[in-house]
Design a protein around this ligand. Structure first.
Ligand code: UT7
Length: 320
């Protein structure tokens, strides 16, 4: 019997504090008009002092488990996609595992920046399909507010904090139809946090830096390519796609990707206006919103896409 994997529950969490573009105007040389017209962003959520990635991940995970009708003890594989780990080690996945009150299942972090959730979901799909795992918990969680230079208007206005989670369960019916992952380290320099910890000190600059235009162009190119590649791998035509859930970095990148797929914006889930770019959390946050408000219906085809630092990109195509 063929084994498939299916998403059986979704959950998400946004920190309470909202920082609007107008709030930013108070301490950065920017304007609501500039930010909204260039990016589609109106506001972002910011984690409270002492609220860490694993705390955000915990709330999103509990909500996903509840939606799946499962208990933490039912989880036998745990992956956290994050670029903003609580500490150098243990992994945020291990810290989350303890907070969920479970032990023994494999738990590890996936570091593929804004593509992290799509990387983690694709990886979990293959592990679940191997027949070894029954219920995987896959989380994308970030506190980007801690790695931003709040004096750099070119980057600090673009990001926010949040977490999204899914339960991926073994199933007789698909589920995930196809996924494709890519990376090209030659573009490492266009989006990075070039700092590290060495001999008890922080070395380099532990704040996000980006060549915005280069990232923009590459993102539009690869998101179109990988969407077509993944549709072909599943043997589906683009006309059979019901929903596109792309990484939420910039509404103009999202619009360009939808256009390449011949999709109207009514078929695209966009949260960038309210969440800004939450890196690995952006796709599961948007997925949870659309799953809970009933936009995504059983049997529909959904394409998830990630793109970001590395440079990394990928897509997961699934039947809901
Ligand atoms: O997860 C993946 C990560 N990131 C992305 O996907 C982001 C990809 N890139 C982008 O979204 C866009 O390139 C940005 C939104 C970052 C920038 O938009 P742009 O249309 O490419 O603007 P630009 O960088 O060409 O900057 C235009 C001007 C510059 O002024 P001058 O040199 O023309 O006088 C900037 O200094 O806008 C200025 N500027 C700002 N002005 C007001 C840059 N940031 C701001 C700001 N407020 N926050």
């Amino acid at each position: 019997m063929t084994v498939y994997s299916r998403i059986t529950g979704t959950g998400s969490y946004l920190p309470e504090k909202v920082l609007t573009n107008r709030d930013l105007e108070q301490f950065v040389d920017t304007s609501d008009e500039w930010i909204f017209s260039r990016t589609g962003i109106r506001q972002r959520h910011i984690a409270a002092d002492g609220e860490n990635t694993s705390d955000l991940a915990l709330v999103a995970s509990r909500r996903a488990l509840e939606a799946a009708g499962l208990e933490p003890k039912d989880i036998d594989l745990l992956i956290v996609a994050t670029t903003t780990a609580d500490m150098v080690f243990p992994s945020t996945a291990c810290l989350l595992q303890a907070k969920l009150g479970i032990a023994n299942c494999p738990a590890f972090d996936m570091q593929a920046v804004c593509s992290g959730f799509v990387y983690a979901l694709s990886t979990a799909d293959h592990l679940v399909k191997s027949g070894q795992y029954r219920h995987a918990l896959i989380v994308g969680a970030e506190v980007y507010s801690r790695i931003l230079d709040w004096k750099d208007r070119g980057t600090c206005v673009l990001f926010g904090d949040g977490a999204g989670a899914v339960v991926l369960s073994r199933s007789k019916h698909p589920g995930i139809l196809a996924s494709r992952l890519h990376a090209d380290g030659r573009y490492a320099h266009i989006l990075s946090v070039p700092g590290s910890v060495s001999r008890g000190e922080v070395c380099g600059r532990p704040l996000l830096q980006m060549e915005g235009n280069a990232v923009f162009k590459l993102a539009v190119k690869v998101l179109g390519e990988v969407a077509h590649e993944t549709l072909a791998a599943a043997g589906l035509a683009k006309s059979e796609l019901d929903w596109l859930i792309p990484h939420q970095a910039n509404i103009r990148i999202i619009q360009a990707t939808a256009k390449k797929l011949g999709l109207s914006m009514e078929r695209v889930i966009a949260t960038v206006d309210r969440h800004a770019n939450t890196s690995a959390a952006s796709v599961p946050l948007a997925l949870d919103e659309a799953a809970r408000d009933g936009r995504i219906k059983p049997g529909q085809h959904v394409m998830l896409e990630g793109v970001g630092g590395g440079f990394t990109w990928g897509a997961v195509l699934l039947r809901w």
